[in-house]
Each structure stands twice: as structure tokens, then as C-alpha cells.
Design a protein around this ligand. Sequence first.
Ligand SMILES: O=C(O)C(=O)C[C@]1(C(=O)O)C=C[C@@H](O)C=C1
Length: 405
Amino acid sequence: MADLVRTVPICKVYCAASSSHHRCSNYHPQKVRFLDFGPRKDFLNLRTVNKWECASRVLPETQKANSPVEEDDKSSVSQGGNEETGITRTREFHKDLNALPRPLSATELYYSPSDRSKVRIAYQGVPGAYSEAAALKAYPECETVPCDQFEDVFKAVELWLVDKAVLPMENSVGGSVHRNYDLLLFHRLHIVGEVQMVVNHCLLGLPGVRKEELKSVLSHPQALFQCEATLNKFGVVKLSTNDTAGAAQIVAAEGVRDTGAIASARAGEIYGLQVLAENIQDNADNITRFLILAREPIIPGTGRAYKTSIVFSLEEGPGVLFKALAVFALRDINLSKIESRPQRNRPLRIVDDSNKGRAMYFDYLFYLDFEASMAEPRAQYALGHLQEMAKFLRVLGSYPMDTTL
Ligand SMILES: O=C(O)C(=O)C[C@]1(C(=O)O)C=C[C@@H](O)C=C1
């Protein structure tokens, strides 16, 4: 059974008519075209995945039936170019990929871990993704565990397969990653840290390719958005993928000479791509903020700068948000972020007033970050005060601020 070979499902690449949307999940279906590059056979061999998931692991029957792929079948390697180096490099790359960890998907999260000597941190994407770099910034000695989807990252922690998760929450150009705000509420994990990181994007291509030859560029929607002006100058078609490193992986695996990827220099190294241009983001200061999540909260202190993140909802009425925010202003507590998200379980509030007609409002959840530790009395009083007017209030975590930028 250990020899079982598994196929990653057909790789779908989204062709976005507009790159102003931030995440795949935010894409309007009509604006998205699916391109099919054929089956990916990159992270294939179960023997080569992380130590802990291997030994007794057996794929469910349904998965086996759906994935009858032989290890040596290289027919999926598209020979899109001519006899140039790209193709050879792509084949070498296939060999190397077997040595990389394969992303976990939801159905595979139920296998139990064994040997655990290091802090294990789950992230969405494949090796070389910025989220992996963020995990390594926070925990340089950690073992990083790639996951298919954001939801899988949460589940990996909840199921004790990993110790922590790292998730991108917002970018200085692209704004908030709404999906992760929603998932913070649906799952019961605690924020235990934050990581701010300058994201320097590289344009990557097959070895020997010149950037003038590129007709299209693959990347994560956020990365495409962050490089929009530069890409418009190049006049390339923008195609979106699940993560930046995944884009590099596809370009290398498919061997398409006229398609580039936007990803980190490290992703270029991992997948054997050449850096055609560096720092191609439109704003030099392109910063992404990540959060670290764990099953248990940390006990906050006061010896350094702390942030606390909360989520709350309010009754309808004039000035309610103003009053809610005043509880912090009154205590001289600085707010660093506010985000509102619709309440999915009760999206509309209907006010029936025969004189004024029937008004309908969206009902919102407010996510707020403030600069104080829950160990400080002023933060405790502020939350006590907020609780008096909030319909719902939850502390998502009180954690040290990343002041390293
Ligand atoms: O695709 C990656 O490499 C990621 O880690 C995701 C992500 C994001 O979701 O914002 C992280 C940082 C960059 O802003 C671009 C993409």
C-alpha cells in the first residue's frame, strides 16, 4: 500500500477578466474562465510525503479508483516548447517534486501524526509560497506543512496534525483576505501571533526564455493585483492560481515557454525556473500581514507591544458603531484595523414601519484589532463596556505585535 501513487486532481487555472478581485473565492463566476492544463502528477508518491503521514496511510477506495496513475507515466508533461532546455528541466523537476511535501486536502486530514520533534505549521499553498516564508519568519526552526485550501489549514490544527497555522489576512495594496476573516469565526482557533512581511514578487519563466516571449502570466489573484500596472505594460494575459508558488510549479511542470509565473525567488529555485525580473510589484512597500493560529490562546503579558483582535455585532440604531468604538477612544486605546463582514446566518434585518415603508439592512460582524494586551486593565474595561452594547462579542486573541518591519 505504501507504493500507492496518487494524482492531484486536474489542475484548474482561472483566467480572470478582471484582476481587481482579491481571492479566487471572491471571483464572479461569469468573469472566470477555466483553463485545463491536464492532470498534474507532481506530488505523487505517498512514500515521499511527510514522515508522520506515511507509514500506515492508505488512500480511500474512491480516491484510488479516481486516481489510477502510474508513477512513471510522464505523458502529461506538455512539450509546449521546442527542443530547448525547458523540457529537459521540466523532466528533472518532476523527479525533484517527489521529494517535496504534498499539500494536504480536507479528505486526507484524518491520518494521525507520529514523529513530532519540531513545531509544525500548516499553510495554504505549496513550498515556496509567501505563507510558508511567513511561518519560517515566525518560527525559523519549524516544519512547514502545505495544505490545499485555507479551510484545510484550520482543520489541520483542529485535528492535532500540526501545532499551528499561518494565514494571510491583509495586504497593503490588495486589502483584506475576506475568506480568512470568515473562517476565523467558523473555527475555534486562537490568534497567537502576527507576521508582517515585505512581499517582493519575481517574474519567473522556463530557463532560456526571455520576458518578451511571455504571452500570459500565472499567479495568485492577490499577486496579480499587486503587479497589475507592470503586467499591463508587458501586455500579458493574467491567469490566476491558488497560490504563487503553485503558479511556478505549473509553469515548470507544463513546460510552457510563453507562460510566466509571479512568485518568490525561492519558488523559482525550488521549481527550477529563471528569474526574468525582480521586485515587479507596483508599490515597493508591498506588505502582507499574516496571523498565527493555535488551539490554545497564549497568556498575554505587558512587557512588550501587544495587539488584541475581537469580533462583535451590534443592535441596529443610530450611532451604535460610533458608541462601540468610543469605548476604546475613552481609554486611549489605538485601533489598528476594522473590517466588517456580512452575517451569513442572518443576512437581512427587516424593519417594518408602515409610515416609512419596509427597510432592509445587511447585518454585519465587525472585526477589530486594537493595540493593547488583555493583561491591561484598560483593555479589560473597554471590553466590559463594549459587552454592554454588543449582541455578540468574542476575543480572537491577544498576541505580541510584529514590530520587525
Ligand atoms: O500565494 C502565496 O504565496 C500566498 O502565500 C498567499 C498570498 C495572499 O493570499 O495574499 C500571500 C502573500 C501575497 O500577498 C500574495 C499571496
